[in-house]
Write a protein that binds this ligand. Sequence first.
Ligand code: PLP
Length: 409
Amino acid sequence: MSVITQPTDLLRRQDPQMADVLDGEARRQAGTLQLSAAENFTSTAVLATLGSPLANKYAEGYPGARYHGGCEYADLAEKAAIERAKALFGAEHANVQPHSGSSAVLAAYAALLRPGDTVLAMGLPYGGHLTHGSPANFSGQWFTFVGYGLDAGTGLIDYRQVQDLARAHRPKAIVCGSISYPRHPEYSAFREIADEVGAYLIADAAHPIGLVAGGAAPSPVPYADVVCATTHKVLRGPRGGMILCGAEFAERIDRAVFPFTQGGAQMHTIAAKAVAFGEAARPAFATYAHRVVANARVLAGALEERGFTVTTGGTDTHMITADPAPLGVDGPTARGRLAAAGMVLDTCVLPYGDQRGVRLGTAAVTTQGMGEEQMRRIAELFAAALRGEAAKTRTEVGELTEGFPPYGE
Ligand SMILES: *Cc1c(COP(=O)(O)O)cnc(C)c1O
């Protein structure tokens, strides 16, 4: 954990209280199992870049057209991030400034829509993101969202229903993407439906974009008008967002990010995004992305053997959603018992009914070097934790994580 403890050592003299917080978090991450589908361990190179003096730099605008002086290195960082993103995803244009995945979606709407427009997206009760029409979010307040669902039996997107809703509501944009859909969306089917009703197609690929980078998932780039993504999930970069699009939308997207929805970009984060894109372009990352999926498939199968109902019967991605009801607990209770035993994951909606399940992912544990043997072990530990064997299971989780330190010894 040297990369984490070094800054903490400096900080300890100056601010022991905050040094304790950072130490505690580093120990928590290393000593428990990070199974949140949205999290990962960035490389030490990414962490070092985030802690560099570029964090001090103001650089409103875009490379070569800044509102601030002294941007020569900021420009080099952003140009590298843009070029690497375009090459990695085969996109004509990339905007690497969005502060988060939600900021990327906000900018995509700002570029393509007017307030009051109708948008068709996965309904929140089925796995749509907050930015896909939640009444608590700008999306639900400023646009008229229509939600498509999932087939209650298979848990899969029903493209006939998407088409029927598109024909009935004539949306200005269709959003494909979800926080809990473990299968690949059929981007070509969404494209056909969007074309039939004259809608833009926005892919919110926040989760699968890292698998796309590693060639382990189909790319939305050839199909969607605009692709929104995060850089911190499977992609393993710094916390942030990104937009990919064709040349025809480049200017509108850039203006929608800055100055319409954001001010100065975080240049240290943009440099760290460039580092992550560089890492993701290497063969080792493709191996990693395929291992993430292989691990998720093994873990899904092992959970099913232990009594969980795995939605859609498995996974194509890093993500598993499962109903623990056959084990006598609901999602929130399962999350609590697993957390008490040192296994961290989230709850999620399920494609049927109104009870919640659990959502987990293999991106972080795969970065740590865990493989199929450890996935089967994790399923065993899940079952033990849900039986109420918290203390014993917590010790066993500690033994497992000790062999796979996220940042080396
Ligand atoms: C994670 C996610 C986002 C938002 O990312 P933040 O960085 O948390 O704002 C948006 N859409 C989907 C589908 C996501 O999974």
